[in-house]
Design a protein around this ligand. Structure first.
Ligand SMILES: *Cc1c(COP(=O)(O)O)cnc(C)c1O
Length: 429
């Protein structure tokens, strides 16, 4: 469910013609629907209501502070993975008690800043990190709250680059060692183990991993309690999948059916860290066709968005629906099945201007005829789009626009060439 739809053969975001946004703000342009964002946040809030969860929006998914503010205003906290994201969380109106902090390489500065704002807890990923947090807290006369991040060692679920709970990845403590590590912190003066954390990977299109993960978590929580820890938080991370290709995602209620009973059984406060589920389908990347050409037996559509704007296809072989904003006669809306040839379409590689053969948004994709100057929409680009963008090839980052009904406003201006060189100019001569 999203608020991008075709009316009279033109793409709209809520009540705004997307072509008008391209005229006003230029391309490439990220366009977000406020209604879709809030719809998905509400879906999780409603589905999990019986557990009264703390929903910490995962800021690495899309860190724009205006989106963050929407999340905070509607009850969400934040899951951050760095000092920079902690800064964004606070700039979005986030408060320490609703912020959790994960990541395998937290620096001393980051730990101190998080203690300064009294975050809910650290999701701790190694024994050394735990000792370091304890030491920093001790030196400040504080007690640090931590959840132990466990790698539950589950079967593979997603792309090898996004699976975070198979044996051998860098995340978390091995499930075999968690209890032993926790044993050293019973009654510790500056560390309080208040929770258990798992983030299984992303995007996940089945409840099975959550069922298996939760079972392992319950077992561990019981063991930690027997040691004397007051474990009060069960943090099951994020990872809920979304529609990229067709209607493949599960509703939030499917995950809730597994996780709410587990939370109740544990007697813990349930914490969730959804990112993609909230913002993924709420954004599109709008681009304009620069040229088309046929070479080497292939047809290329060269448009002004590139891997620096949306790296998921290049990095993960991800699939994003792409369709003209004003499709030619006879092509009303994107197809529901991309695997079969659509009559009248042409098989294209949709590529950007960056000097890499790996710079593409789609390969071997059936598209209606498009020509120079036309607008294309790349769908489901709200998550890990802008937040993973870069300035590679001297490309200023895209602008971002938030649509609300028939209104729209810029929530990040397009970068300028001067933005590209400013940090290099601002150094001592
Ligand atoms: C990336 C990440 C998330 C968010 O994952 P989604 O699939 O976007 O929901 C949550 N928690 C942690 C620890 C993460 O690294």
């Amino acid at each position: 469910m999203d608020h991008f739809h075709y009316r009279d053969r033109a793409l709209f975001c809520e009540d705004v013609a997307v072509a008008d946004l391209a005229t006003e703000y230029g391309t490439p342009l990220y366009v977000y629907s406020r209604a879709t964002l809030l719809h998905h946040l509400r879906q999780i809030q409603t589905a999990f209501a019986a557990a009264e969860p703390l929903i910490c929006y995962s800021l690495k998914t899309n860190g724009n502070i205006h989106i963050g503010r929407l999340m905070a205003e509607h009850g969400a906290g934040f899951d951050v993975t760095s000092g920079g994201e902690l800064y964004r969380a606070l700039a979005s109106g986030g408060v320490g008690e609703k912020i959790v902090f994960a990541g395998v390489g937290k620096t001393d500065d980051e730990i101190r800043t998080a203690l300064d704002v009294n975050i809910r807890f650290f999701n701790v990923e190694s024994e050394e990190e735990l000792a370091n947090i304890g030491e920093i807290a001790r030196s400040r006369g504080q007690k640090a709250r931590v959840a132990l991040r466990v790698n539950p060692d589950l079967p593979p679920k997603t792309h090898v680059k996004t699976d975070t709970s198979v044996k051998g990845v860098k995340f978390g403590l091995d499930i075999e060692t968690v209890v032993e590590v926790a044993g050293q912190y019973v009654g510790h003066p500056s560390v309080e183990i208040v929770g258990l954390h798992m983030h299984l990977g992303s995007p996940i299109l089945s409840v099975e991993p959550y069922r298996m993960g939760a079972a392992k978590a319950l077992d561990l929580i019981e063991k930690l309690r027997r040691q004397g820890h007051r474990v009060t938080h069960l943090n099951m991370g994020g990872g809920f999948g979304i529609h990229y290709r067709k209607q493949e995602a599960l509703p939030a209620s499917a995950f809730a059916e597994v996780l709410v009973p587990a939370a109740k059984q544990s007697g813990c406060q349930l914490v969730l860290e959804p990112g993609r589920f909230i913002v993924g389908n709420a954004g599109i990347l709008l681009s304009r066709v620069l040229y088309t050409k046929s070479t080497g037996g292939k047809h290329y559509v060269i448009q002004d968005a590139a891997m620096n704007d949306l790296i998921r296809p290049t990095l993960y072989e991800s699939f994003h629906r792409i369709w003209p904003v004003r499709p030619a006669d006879g092509f009303p809306a994107p197809p529901s099945d991309y695997e079969v040839e659509i009559p009248g379409t042409r098989r294209c590689d949709v590529v950007g201007p960056v000097c890499e053969s790996g710079d593409f948004l789609a390969r071997e994709r059936w598209l209606p005829p498009v020509s120079r100057g036309e607008l294309l929409a790349t769908f489901s680009a709200g998550a890990y789009g802008m937040s993973m963008s870069s300035n590679y090839n001297g490309r200023p980052r895209a602008a971002e626009v938030l649509v609300d009904g028939s209104r729209h406003r810029l929530i990040r201006r397009r970068e300028t060439y001067e933005d590209l060189v400013r940090p290099e100019r601002e150094v001592p001569a």
